[in-house]
Design a protein around this ligand. Structure first.
Ligand code: G6P
Length: 369
């Protein structure tokens, strides 16, 4: 059946607004009941996941950026080494298979050929422990995986992925928790704390959506730019990558993302009065480092557009524009910070008058190499 746009102008806008619901639905099985690993990941999951001591996340595009956050959560929450790689890179290089490694594929559509072939390649190398995080039940990638988790974003029509991304993020958080529980690194008290934080998430996402009018004002200033830089560190570097990708995809503004610490090793040369620099400056343990990086941009006349949290007390000024998200959300912060960069790209595209839901040259699911 055709999907109704309802009160929205574009599917992308509708899908951005569906995120609190999509995230709540995706979390349902993990927040109701007793956190059964087999119920979350499929029959035999607890036994299989006990056996693994490394994780490799394979994906493309936005799904890859989700895995760049996920690998950090898996290391910090579960204490298991984790790496993330693009499927089309992994399948053509010589890698060292490890039977105790869990291969995780992430794909909204479940049909992306690069990701599917990467999974097949891993299987030919002898990997038996495979898990897919996907938004489409009857698709190729989950069908080819030993374990699967379905995100409950609902159909995503806009080519630029939004609600699929944030639901993938929460699925990865649940994976990190599950592995942590199995290894005894997350005890009952810690699990309770994590689940309480997850319960708060849909409400906080709603608060982030309420920032739209402020973001719209920023977008008006972006629309005539040819380039933009996105900066973040740690858990928020992948959000900078995602913000730059969204802006490129739908507004055709050239955008690049860097880990803010890398600024001095090159991109600082691009900064002048014409250059908007978007910074994901969450109030985490790296905030002071990011603030120092912002100072480097400011000193060279760059225009700063800073997404921070209310409790960082970071102030704007001449050439420094600030939008504050609600109180810092700890490890879950990247999920919240994804919202404003989506809205920024959406509104910049509206001002430019591009075809938001069907950007030129791109496809929703890429089933060719
Ligand atoms: C295409 C889409 C992107 C998406 C990527 C991976 O390039 O345009 O939005 O992130 O494929 O798709 P998947 O379905 O595997 O998540």
């Amino acid at each position: 059946a055709a999907i109704d746009l309802g009160p929205y102008r574009h599917f992308m806008q509708k899908e951005i607004y569906e995120q609190p619901r999509a995230v709540a639905d995706t979390l349902e099985a993990a927040l109701d009941g007793d956190f059964s690993i087999d119920q979350l990941w499929g029959k035999g999951a607890a036994e299989r996941l006990q056996e693994i001591d490394r994780v490799l996340l394979l994906a493309s595009g936005t799904s890859h950026y989700a895995s760049l956050v996920g690998r950090q959560w898996i290391e910090s929450i579960a204490g298991i080494p984790a790496a993330a790689e693009l499927g089309h890179e992994y399948r053509y290089r010589e890698s060292i298979p490890d039977p105790r490694q869990l291969i995780v594929t992430l794909s909204q559509s479940g049909e992306t050929l690069d990701t599917y072939e990467a999974l097949r390649h891993a299987q030919t190398l002898g990997h038996l422990h495979t898990l897919s995080i996907c938004n489409v039940a009857e698709s190729a990638i989950p069908r080819a995986s030993a374990l699967r988790f379905l995100t409950r974003a609902g159909p995503e029509i806009g080519v630029a992925s939004t609600k699929a991304f944030t639901t993938q993020l929460v699925a990865l958080y649940l994976l990190a928790l599950s592995l942590g529980v199995l290894r005894g690194r997350v005890d009952a008290t810690a699990l309770h704390t994590h689940r309480e934080a997850l319960r708060q998430l849909p409400g906080s996402l709603q608060q982030a959506l309420n920032l739209e009018p402020q973001i719209q004002l920023w977008a008006n200033r972006f629309a005539d730019k040819e380039h933009a830089l996105f900066l973040g560190r740690g858990l928020h570097y992948p959000i900078a990558l995602e913000g730059a990708l969204k802006l490129k995809e739908i507004s055709y503004i050239h955008a690049e993302a860097y880990p803010a610490g890398e600024l001095k090793h090159g991109p600082l040369a691009l900064v002048d009065r014409q250059m908007p620099v978007v910074v994901i400056a969450a109030n985490d343990q790296l905030f002071e480092k990011v603030a120092a990086n912002m100072q480097e941009v400011h000193a060279r006349g760059g225009q700063l557009y800073v997404f921070t949290d209310l409790d960082s007390h970071y102030e704007g000024g001449e050439g420094v524009h600030v939008i504050r998200l609600p109180r810092h959300a700890g490890l879950l912060s990247p999920v919240l910070h994804a919202i404003p960069v989506q809205l920024l790209a959406y509104h910049a595209a509206l001002v430019k008058g591009t075809d938001v839901d069907r950007p030129r040259n791109l496809a929703k699911a890429v089933t060719v190499e």
